[in-house]
Write a protein that binds this ligand. Structure first.
Ligand SMILES: [Zn+2]
Length: 292
């Protein structure tokens, strides 16, 4: 299955609440995923809005993800770690209330530690968070994103390492970040295959994938740009997804948000048409292109 959506309330959506955003994503865009952003400060959802979102998503088969506030540091000093726990737990509770599948976090910074020590700290703190999730009976999964800057913990290998040690944590493949961190490392089909090959030992049944164009310099992300303005191709990604029958959610994080989500959708449908030889395709129907 391929789900498609964007990170945040669509730009073309008049109403500016998350409730408006999810309705618009379904009704106007006919997309089936959304990543709700709790990224600036701590977003507060009213109980009424939370309940609406949860019901609407389940009735209309929309998959929800939630992005926690950006500034967290699970490898920081005691104060930073306490602050991170608090933000994560508050966001996780809200994410859980709206039926979100994941709570996405940025793990932290190396600071004065070497990468190995940083990984140890982040793993230890991720374990603690998981035990807090369990204690509060939260169903939402903790998801750790691959990061696009050298000073930030979160290369693909590092995220896989944490997920290997804490089996409840799942990776978020931010392809723009992986591409930027590798200074333009994703160029062709083999590069996408290598990513999914690396993930095999985790035995994931679903992949949450962020897609955007990105400008970078010396292995550091500078900023996001529209997919077509970036130099990471997405057609080979879609081919790998279809060939391997991967269960994915593709979230556009481009500055064009839903416009690029729709662009991704068109690319998926183009790939389906190429395989079926037909003149129409619908991204929700992969029955003719997936090997059973
Ligand atoms: Zn992120």
């Amino acid at each position: 299955m391929i789900r498609i959506g964007q990170a945040g309330i669509p730009l073309s959506c008049k109403g500016r609440t998350n409730k408006d955003g999810i309705v618009y994503t379904h009704k106007s865009l006919d997309l089936n995923a959304i990543e709700i952003q709790f990224v600036r400060g701590l977003y507060v959802l009213s109980d009424e809005e939370a309940l609406f979102i949860k019901d609407y998503a389940s009735t209309n088969d929309i998959e929800i993800h939630v992005h926690a506030p950006y500034y967290l540091n699970l490898a920081g000093d005691r104060e930073e770690i306490t602050m991170s726990y608090e933000k994560i737990m508050k966001s996780a509770l809200m994410a859980n209330n709206i039926g979100s599948k994941t709570l996405i976090i940025h793990p932290g910074y190396y600071g004065e530690y070497n990468p190995k020590k940083t990984a140890k700290l982040i793993t230890k703190n991720a374990k603690k968070i998981i035990s807090m999730f369990k204690k509060d009976k939260l169903k939402v999964r903790l998801a750790m994103e691959t990061m696009g800057k050298q000073k930030v913990f979160g290369s693909l290998d590092e995220i896989i390492d944490v997920c290997t040690h804490v089996k409840e944590v799942i990776p978020v493949l931010d392809l723009g970040h992986i591409h930027a961190r590798g200074n333009g490392s994703i160029q062709e089909r083999e590069d996408f295959e290598a990513i999914f090959d690396k993930l095999k030992p985790l035995r994931l049944r679903h992949f949450l994938i962020h897609i955007t164009g990105v400008l970078y310099e010396n292995g550091n992300e500078l900023y996001h740009v529209p997919i077509k303005k970036g130099d990471m191709p997405i057609a080979p990604l879609i081919d790998v997804i279809l060939d391997r029958n991967l269960n994915v959610t593709l979230i556009s994080e481009s500055p064009l948000l839903e416009h690029d989500a729709v662009y991704i959708r068109l690319q998926v449908e183009k790939a389906i048409m190429k395989r079926t030889g037909k003149e129409t395709a619908y991204y929700k129907d992969l029955s003719e292109v997936i090997k059973k």
